[in-house]
Design a protein around this ligand. Structure first.
Ligand SMILES: [Ca+2]
Length: 291
């Protein structure tokens, strides 16, 4: 039976969201039940998500715009750099602005089956759980690319909406936290970049175009695939070594707001990724993206 994913993404800034969505769309035995966007300019981000899905022939997946602002954080005016890949046809898609409703409905329609993967701030999921707390018993699990354990900085997805992360980590929903400490090692190998660059497939052409924009914007020489790692672990948790934990979020602190505090706990609500079988991850990724 197919693994049912719901993907919440801030696609359009870092290129790894595009690779993550492409990976989910191309993996065998995965059904994408819905996609929502989060962060600034959520309608543009929804158009970018739909472009990936359309390119791989999955136009039927519902895509909605979610929250354009964190629960109490001020709005960001950040324009997704990758919006330059959108053509006039892409811009004809006016996404419904009911992202939180789409997520709630998807959870209800697939009780006990849905794996929600959050690749940005957790605002949409936090609102769904706050407005209907019973939903947490219907979610199979949440896999979030979020947080750090050993770093002195706050990871972006938590920092962009610490209250939302706090709600999700304390909701009782089972979760797998895929922290930046681990994902920062998912640097795309040069040979794999060349294969994407030289591929004739419409998906690889689109992904390479986006990669070039991202590299020009950041000055980086290779994407770090934080978000695809979360997708891979959602579908194949055996790729990762997990430890059971409780996670708290610092909501105050002049310098520490958005920090995550991870405590090993045998009966904790979730798990953290401790290590990854990198060879298996890269094989899975390459086979899916280049097929
Ligand atoms: Ca992201």
């Amino acid at each position: 039976m197919a693994v049912k994913l719901f993907i919440d993404t801030d696609i359009g800034s870092n290129v790894d969201d595009a690779f993550a969505l492409a990976l989910a769309a191309k993996l065998p035995n995965v059904e994408i039940i819905g996609v929502t966007t989060v962060g600034s300019m959520v309608a543009v981000r929804a158009q970018l998500a739909r472009k990936i899905l359309t390119t791989v022939g999955k136009r039927g997946v519902p895509v909605s715009a979610g929250c354009a602002q964190g629960l109490i954080e001020p709005p960001s005016r950040h324009v997704p750099e990758q919006s330059s890949v959108l053509d006039e046809v892409d811009k004809l898609f006016f996404p419904p602005a009911n992202g939180v409703d789409l997520l709630r409905d998807a959870i209800r329609r697939h009780p006990g089956e849905l794996i929600i993967v959050t690749l940005g701030a957790m605002t949409n999921l936090a609102l769904a759980l706050r407005t209907e707390p019973a939903l947490c018993r219907l979610i199979r699990k949440v896999v979030m690319m979020a947080g750090t354990e050993a770093s002195h900085y706050a990871e972006t997805n938590v920092r962009n909406d610490p209250e939302a992360a706090c709600i999700v980590f304390n909701s009782g929903v089972p979760f797998i936290m895929v922290p930046k400490d681990v994902t920062q090692h998912a640097i795309m190998p040069k040979e794999l970049m060349d294969r994407v660059k030289n591929s004739d497939s419409p998906l690889c052409k689109l992904l390479w175009e986006k990669t070039k924009i991202w590299m020009q914007t950041t000055g980086a020489s290779a994407p770090t695939l934080n978000d695809p790692l979360a997708i891979a672990i959602a579908v194949k948790p055996e790729l990762a070594k997990l430890e059971r934990v409780r996670v708290e979020v610092e909501l105050h602190g002049t310098y520490t707001r958005g920090h995550t505090i991870v405590t090993p706990e045998p009966t904790g609500p979730g798990w953290i990724v401790r290590s990854v079988e990198w060879d298996k991850f890269w094989s899975l990724f390459e086979e899916a993206i280049l097929s």
